[in-house]
Write a protein that binds this ligand. Structure first.
Ligand SMILES: [Zn+2]
Length: 145
């Protein structure tokens, strides 16, 4: 741990099939090396994992006509987490444990991925109806219960 010469190249691994490469890909902003080092310093391994999520285009902003905005992040395990940046919340276990309970992290990799995808312009957008967004939030709650 801690010996990271090049924290993250934020480049797609060559062995990954290049599917769905569209104009979004071109819009992705490169992160300067010194910023990557800072990210790694502040957020530890979460920074690398978050950048990986951004690279995989795992972040989706879901908005509805009433102005509600919810993020969904497809985690590395294939599970989707619901996040709200307005109140700084993520539904993942790491957030509940490390951020809320132990207070030894500022955020989880999903929230960090959202913030990074905003500045790197790599956030997917999805517009749904108010009803659909309500259903989505209720579904999340039912799953957790
Ligand atoms: Zn999370």
């Amino acid at each position: 741990m801690g010996v990271y010469v090049r924290p993250c190249t934020h480049v797609r691994e060559p062995q990954r099939p290049e599917v769905g490469v569209g104009s979004l890909e071109l819009a992705v902003q490169a992160v300067p090396d010194e910023h990557l080092s800072s990210l790694k310093f502040v957020f530890g391994s979460s920074a690398i994992q978050a950048l990986d999520l951004v690279d995989r285009e795992s972040v989706t902003l879901i908005s509805s006509p009433s102005g509600r905005r919810v993020y969904q992040v497809l985690g590395s395990s294939g599970k989707t987490y619901t996040c709200m940046t307005s109140c700084h919340y993520c539904s993942c276990p790491a957030f509940a444990f490390s951020v809320l309970r132990k207070s030894d992290s500022l955020l989880c990799k999903h929230l960090l991925a959202i913030y990074l995808s905003q500045v790197m312009r790599n956030c997917q957008q999805l517009s749904v109806s108010d009803k659909q967004l309500t259903d989505l939030l209720l579904m999340e709650k039912t799953q957790e219960a």
